[in-house]
Write a protein that binds this ligand. Structure first.
Ligand code: HPA
Length: 272
């Protein structure tokens, strides 16, 4: 909590900008940040006490400004548990964006597709998640200033925000899948047997982020929505070995569609 407040103070020395919506951009999806009319850009490394990402291809900065008319804070690059951070570190940025004033959180990620007939490049609206394969970010003394000890998780992803994303996809003529995202620790990709397990458990997509951020944000009472870009078919479904290169490339290829959808949806979310 002290670190969150320290980071908040450092940002407040730079800007008094108050975002309505916070956006987390996943691997290869950082392009959207270029559409933001910036009020302030803050590299993670400039913030004392902030966890800085070590993955090549993951940038690390906050862009605060306007996406069309909406005041947003965009995280271009996130930190992951597999880098060796604690879960408290992993969710610190989301908590910080909440403290900056963001009431809504739009989470995005690159994910492996498990659902029947899924294809590389598909977009999946996250309807629910499975986070219990990774440590819960709320373990430890409860921060009463943020939220209650035993927060309800029966509706993590906000129905009204999901509806906005559906209607944006329809307007833009983008096929949108829906499903359950399952978070694993990584950094190794899954085995085919693990993917069969994930499927049996009801997962439609698998990745190494997002669910814990959603848990921490829900704890704080933020309204959450999430979108996965299916960058590859999951292990055993895909006929080729998985690689980070493939994931990044798919992000670039589907970037325009992804960006158009997020941009359109963020504008519409001002109304709900
Ligand atoms: N597994 C886990 N994480 C991922 C994948 C995957 O197949 N693709 C992109 N992120």
């Amino acid at each position: 909590m002290e670190r969150i407040m320290k980071c908040l103070e450092q940002i407040r020395q730079r800007t008094d900008f108050v975002p309505e919506t916070a956006l987390v951009l996943g691997s290869g999806l950082g392009e959207l940040a270029d559409l933001v009319e910036p009020a302030a850009v803050i590299e993670y490394g400039e913030l004392n006490g902030f966890p800085v990402s070590t993955v090549p291809g993951h940038r690390g900065r906050f862009v605060l400004g306007y996406l069309e008319a909406t005041p947003v804070v965009v995280m271009q690059g996130r930190v992951h548990y597999y880098e060796g951070y604690t879960m408290q570190d992993v969710v610190l940025p989301v908590r910080l964006m909440g403290q900056l004033g963001a009431k809504k959180l739009f989470l995005t990620n690159a994910a492996g597709g498990i659902q029947e007939e899924m294809q590389c490049g598909d977009l999946m609206l996250i309807r629910d998640h499975i986070s219990c394969f990774v440590p819960n970010p709320l373990i430890g003394p409860n921060r009463n200033a943020l939220g209650e000890r035993f927060p309800d998780m029966s509706q993590v992803y906000d129905p009204a925000l999901m509806q906005v994303i559906r209607s944006s996809a329809e307007e833009l003529d983008i096929d949108l899948r829906e499903g359950v995202y399952l978070q694993l620790t990584g950094p190794s990709y899954e085995t085919p047997a693990e993917i069969r397990m994930c499927r049996m458990l009801g997962a439609d997509a698998v990745g190494m982020s997002t669910a814990v951020e959603a848990v921490a944000a829900r704890h704080m009472g933020m309204r959450i929505c999430g979108l996965s870009l299916i960058t590859n078919l999951a292990a055993g479904i895909s006929e080729t070995p998985l690689s980070h290169e493939e994931v990044k490339q798919a992000g670039q290829q589907a970037g325009a569609k992804f960006t158009a959808l997020v941009r359109n949806a963020v504008s519409k979310m001002r109304e709900v």
